[in-house]
Design a protein around this ligand. Structure first.
Ligand SMILES: *Cc1c(COP(=O)(O)O)cnc(C)c1O
Length: 460
């Protein structure tokens, strides 16, 4: 029976000769179409052998399926999505969006030769690490700067250069695990350092650090507890105290800020957090932070601090393996320049814009979207809700937000949510009270038409 069926499967060569196949090859490519035909035919054979298929599909059915496969495989694996969740820095969704204002800077470096490692003035080999030094010094008051691939790399390089084979004293309450299993104690070990935990989970005192210092000690490390918060009976030691104690004992003081910010967001309803400049002003020797968290730039790790330490890092072989790309440098430099004017930064850096949007503006956006969707088969409400910064910043703190709440007349919200992930530009939503939630903090006005089209498509 199976044998008979197998013999009825059309030969690949025969399928290739069909007019429709040729059209498909013209629109896509021979490699893509051949591979789709072969894979589909193989799957038919397998299904017949497993007795899951009792009849061979017609040529027409085969071509329909092949077309679907080719179309699906033609989509890039990494592609655009729309974030309607209200979580601004969503690590799974690419963290910060770059500012439209810096498009030209990236383009000009990406599509042309550049002075990446060329010193134009002196007509000789230069360093890629000089390009950001001036602007970061200006914004943070740092003596020197080094930019690497990401903040995890920044921490590793800092520790490996300054305190390899030495003890690194860190509060037990700050031994964090960041998403993707980046664990501070593991990074310390990987750098060649020896982690020495002090204090307890909820309380660490200056004397705990003092008591841990001996001849083997190399650094006092503070780590931002990015993704959790210890509430209640707590105590940690200030940057001032840490840096003073380090200086008294000839040790390096390091603060892994994680997110790292240049502006104070407390006026937007978030708790106060020191800026990078304030941490350096408190006397800390080396500060590390991410480029794509609260800074709102590309993925990068920024190391700022004392010149003698940063010079050493530049000479470490490890720097080469953690090297930052030219497009990242171009994007970061242009993003940082926007910070020279705070208003400009808040308006044009998407991460900052989303954080600083007022309730009125959020309502305004919701109202525009509601009007746009009014003819669709949804019950539409505008409601107050809570959004969050995310990405390991401001744990357990929320931003007030405004959402558009959709309930379909017949489809369940989980079904609509699922279908919204299958459209051309997938839309990531939340579900609350059995309704689809579109949060106005992260959904951008320019995306409203795409959302409308998608909602139409998934409910037709
Ligand atoms: C996010 C974070 C990191 C890792 O930064 P990446 O830029 O993601 O590599 C390291 N330390 C802390 C405290 C963080 O919050």
């Amino acid at each position: 029976m199976a044998k008979q069926l197998l013999s009825k499967i059309p030969a690949i060569n025969k399928i290739l000769l069909l007019g429709k196949t040729k059209e498909l090859i013209n629109s896509y490519s021979e490699v893509a179409v051949k591979s789709a035909i072969k894979n589909y035919i193989d799957s038919i054979k397998q299904d017949i052998l497993n007795e899951e298929l009792k009849e061979v599909p017609t040529l027409e059915e085969i071509l329909d399926e092949v077309t679907k496969i080719v179309e699906q495989e033609d989509k890039n694996s990494l592609r655009r999505i729309i974030n309607a969740t209200g979580t601004i820095l969503h690590t799974n969704l690419g963290r910060s969006l770059l500012s439209q204002k810096i498009k030209e800077n990236i383009e000009s470096v990406a599509f042309n030769y550049s002075n990446l490692e060329f010193d134009i003035e002196n007509k000789k080999r230069g360093s890629r690490y000089v390009h950001l030094t001036d602007i970061i010094k200006k914004l943070t008051g740092a003596e020197d700067v080094l930019v690497v691939n990401n903040n995890a790399a920044a921490v590793l390089l800092t520790l490996n250069t300054l305190v390899k084979d030495k003890e690194i004293v860190v509060s037990r309450g700050e031994l964090v695990e960041i998403g993707g299993a980046f664990r501070i104690p593991e990074i310390i070990k990987l750098s060649g350092g020896v982690p020495i935990e002090v204090g307890t989970t909820n309380k660490t005192h200056l004397k705990d650090y003092e008591n841990a210092i001996n001849e083997q000690t190399g650094a006092l490390l503070k780590v931002h507890t990015s993704n959790y918060k210890i509430l209640g009976f707590t105590k940690d030691v200030s940057n001032e105290e840490i840096s003073y104690l380090a200086r008294e004992n000839n040790l390096v003081s390091i603060n892994d800020l994680g997110s790292g910010q240049f502006l104070d967001f407390s006026k937007y309803g978030l708790p106060y957090e020191p800026t990078v400049k304030e941490v350096l002003d408190s006397g800390i020797d080396v500060v590390t932070f991410s480029g794509d968290k609260l800074l709102g730039g590309p993925q990068a790790g920024v190391i700022v601090g004392k010149k003698e330490y940063i010079e050493k890092m530049k000479k470490n072989q490890l720097t080469r393996t953690l090297r930052v790309d030219k497009m990242t440098l171009a994007a970061l430099e242009a993003t940082l320049k926007l910070y020279l004017d705070e208003k400009e930064a808040l308006e044009h850096i998407p991460t900052l814009h989303m954080i600083s949007l007022s309730k009125e503006r959020l309502f305004g956006k919701a109202d525009v979207l509601k009007r746009k969707l009014i003819d669709l088969d949804f019950d539409i409400k505008i409601e107050d809700d809570k959004a969050e910064v995310g990405g390991g910043s401001y744990p357990a703190s929320y931003l007030e937000s405004v959402v558009v709440k959709l309930t379909h007349s017949t489809l369940s919200s989980t079904e609509v949510e699922r279908r919204l992930l299958e459209v051309d530009i997938p839309i990531i939503t939340r579900i609350k009270d059995n309704s689809i939630i579109l949060d106005m903090r992260t959904l951008r006005t320019r995306e409203f038409d795409i959302v409308k089209a998608a909602l139409e498509e998934v409910t037709k």
